[in-house]
Structure formats: structure tokens, C-alpha cells
Design a protein around this ligand. Sequence first.
Ligand code: C2O
Ligand code: CU
Length: 498
Amino acid sequence: MARSLNPLRQPSPEEAWTRRDVMRNGMGSFALLCTLGNQALLDKPRVVTSARKRSQAAAPFAPFQRDLPIMPELVPVRSTKDTDFYEVAIRQGMADVLPGYQTPIYGYEGIYPGPTIRARKGRTAMVKQTNTLSFDSNVHLHGGYVPAEFDGHPMDVIAPGASFDYKYPNDQDAAFLWYHDHAHGRTARTLYYGLVGTYVLHDDREEDLDLPLGEYDVPLVIQDHAFNKDGSFRYAENVDVGFFGDTILVNGAIAPRMAVDRRKYRFRILNASNARGYRLVLGGGREMVQIASDGGLLEKPVRRKEIPIFPAERVEVVIDFAKFTPGTQLVLRNEGGEASTTAVMRFDVGRGGGAEDFRVPRKLRRLPDLPEPNATRRLDLALQSSSSVQWQINGRGFDPSRIDVRPRLGSSEIWQFTNPSNRVHPMHLHGMLFRIRERSTGVVHRADRGWKDTVAVQPGERVEVQPWFGPYAGRYVFHCHNLEHGDKAMMLQLEVVE
Ligand code: C2O
Ligand code: CU
């Protein structure tokens, strides 16, 4: 792992925020909020733009200038018969995002995005996280079946200078998970400044399917950002809409390009953005075959021409580049974006390819039936009607001293998220998975019928999901994954009881 400079001599990524933007935008974002209030019914939020900055650095923002970076894999410091031990430092670092600039970040091992952890079902991963930052941090394995004490609950934090050993049993089917900071009240900033990493869980059964592997199995972490003149990330808090940047980064590079062979690739797409949802379209409407969602494989592959993905969701697709002649350039576009947030990345089809080793079988797996639900709960997602800007669920904001829901271990319930507000709320449940049963706005898409841990509830919509409470008892949270909403304070606690 490349260690960067001495952390003590590096500027904090938030200095930019504190020194400059807070002073300039403290009042500014309040004013923006009021403006946005009037346009409440527009579902496309106004972009907090750094266009003025962009004019001074036009070239670096052009898309397709850099090759897609691939996050390094974290190497275990040791392994036993059934466990891999990892050590990670949560620290400041510098990232090469813009040519000729260094961007200060917070990063796992000081890099952005963090190193990929590759885990295998049945093998425990022990990850010792050491917090070298000057404030509390912790780590949540998003989408993992993780005992409550290792879940990264917002109140279970690692103090500056301290370490914590996270134990991940990996006792669930293969899935594309991710890990990120979850210390309460500051995740919008810490994820924005880089505390995100991917966690790829493999299992034998999935490997038997002959889906693309190795270099043909590529994680894509999508985040939107904005920049200051000095190349640092620019952040402005907006509790109502959340943060929207004016530039799309994939794996830490601005709308990169990737040279591909004429064969099948598996892309594991993570939307790690604070608030932005994307509608992904390949090459003006070429087919992508979706094979998995948040909680792993679907029952059957689903052919799609357009794929929506909201914050914290994962979508896995197979793209077959054998269909294209060498020299073809296929742009992955965000049809939901503004001019500068349309280009996501580009695939440049080369000559190579050779014999295809991989395929997409017609059946991927059979999902288990859930137990009969024994309760129905309605959860209203709304902005607090009085005083300060605060998001709430059923009129409540996060209170760590209060348990809001107490389901029995092994049981299931129907949760109806209703959204009377004018923002999208990607609702996430920790430690367990659910299935989407119903949407008031239409049928549940076939690609949304697998295991999920996050579901986007659109303005005016009611979405009915069925969580299965297990495999572990204990205290967890569920919350909105628009990070500004989650921080303030759209989060409730559940305790799974035996
Ligand atoms: Cu991605 Cu509560 O987390
Ligand atoms: Cu929300």
C-alpha cells in the first residue's frame, strides 16, 4: 500500500471548508435553501455549482482524460485457517484528482476511494481500524450481516488515536458491500472527503456460475464533487436537498475512460454520492444485463437500457463488448444530470478479447421465502414543520437513548415508507436485508426484487418493504442515506430482541 506524506504535515481536507466556504457559504446556503423552498416541486435539485472556479481550471474538468483507476486490494497482515486479519489507518492523505493539483482527503490508508477488501463467505475478516484523525470516526459495513457491536452504530465511535477490531463473519451470500464512516452528525463531510471503500464478498456458488472474474470484475465508485481553486474538494452544507456537486468522479477520477477487450465484463456500481441519484444509460441505449442488487445476485438476469441508482445503492451489470467493433467508444451517461454531470465514464473497445471464458446463466440463484410478516408499520419521511431544518421519520429525529422499533429476531414486518416531502429519501436498514413488495407509483421493477438494503422513496410515493430481522439480535439503526438528511437527523433505532 502506498503510504503518502507524513499526515502531520498535510492540510486537512476540511480546512478548505472551515476557512473559506463556511464563512462564505454559511449564510449563502441558508439563502439557497429559501430559494429552493419556492421550487419545492421541481424534482431536480438546483446544483451548488463551482462554475466560477471551473472557468479558471477548465481543462482539468474535461471528461475522458484519465484512465479509470482501480482501487488497490487490501492485503491481510496475517491469515489463519478461517480468518483474515487486516489493519487499516483512517488518516489524512492526498489524492490525484485534478492534474497538477493535490486534493486533501480523509482516506482509509490515506487513499480515496479506500482499498478494496475481498472477502470470502465462511471466512471471518478481522479489520483493525486505527483512527489517526483529530475527531471521532468509525466504520460501518454497509449491507453486511454484522453483529451489532461491530456494525458501526453512529454512537459506537473510535476516539482519536484509538483502534477498534471489527469482526465480519461473512456469513451471507456473495454481494457487493461497502464500508464507510458513520460517526453521527458528520458523515456528509467525512464520506465526501473520502472515507468510503468497497468490500467484495465472494462465494463458491457464485463462482460456479462463470460470471466475469479477476480483471473483468470491476468495482465503480461514483461520487459527485466540486472543487476550490486550489484543487481541494469544495463542500457546502445544504440540509434540505443535500450536497450536489458539478463534477462526476468514478474511482476518484473525473469521468474517466477505460480500455476494454471485446468480451464480457462485470461492473459493480456503487453510488457513494451524498445526495445525487443517477440514471445510467450506456452508449445511447445499449443493453446492460443486471445480475445483482444491494444484497447479491438476482434470481435471473434483467436486461436494461437505463438504470437508476440512488445514494448507497449497488447495481451489478454485465456488459458484453464483443458486440462492438474495435475503436468503438461507449459513453456511460447520467441521463438525470445537468450538463457537467452527464458524462460518467467512457469505455474504449480495443482489438483484444480472445475466447470468451465467461457467461451469464439464465438462472442466478433462488431467493429464500421470507417468514409471514407479523406487523405493519407506517414510516412518514418529512421535514420538521417548525423552527430549524431537520428531517424526521414519523415526527422523530435520531435519539440514541430511545429505541423506536423492537422486532423479534427471525421475524419479519411490512414497513411502509411514505414520502410527503419533495426530496428523494434513499432509506437504509443496517445489519439486515429486505425485499421491496410494492410501490404506489407502479410495479416493482424486476431488478428490484432481489435482496436490498437501501430503497429510494420518491416524493409523493409510498414504498412497501419487508425486512427480515436477523441474523443477529441487538441495536441497529435505519436512516436516510442522503447524508445531509441522515446527519440531521433522519435516523431511528431498532433493537432486534431474542
Ligand atoms: Cu451506508 Cu447507515 O449507512
Ligand atoms: Cu432523506
